[in-house]
Design a protein around this ligand. Sequence first.
Ligand code: ZN
Length: 122
Amino acid sequence: MKEIRNIIENLYELLDDNKESNKSIEFNSLVVNVLDKLCNEVEALQVNQEALEESISFLNEDISEIQEDLFEEVSIEDLEAYEDEYVEVTCNHCKKTIFIETQAINNNEIIPCPYCSENIVI
Ligand SMILES: [Zn+2]
């Protein structure tokens, strides 16, 4: 693209020069040159984009498979067991609610609140 910008700059200079002298042949060849290079750049972009679209469609398929696996393996029993492990605690200092592992509450006298850093257990 830098090459194309250089040609365009030359074109602008030639346009200015054209007021006094006739450089139309040079001007025309530069126009054709820049169009040719732009076409090449656009073609390269198209090829890249097609490759990207293909990669994304493969990624989408992979993600769909992963999602299916995830939903298959987490049963309602699993979710209930997960809920049992965590308890909802409201911080007495900032009144925000967080979920803490039941075990962590049983084993610790001090748990700092993630919002205000005060002890959430008291
Ligand atoms: Zn707090």
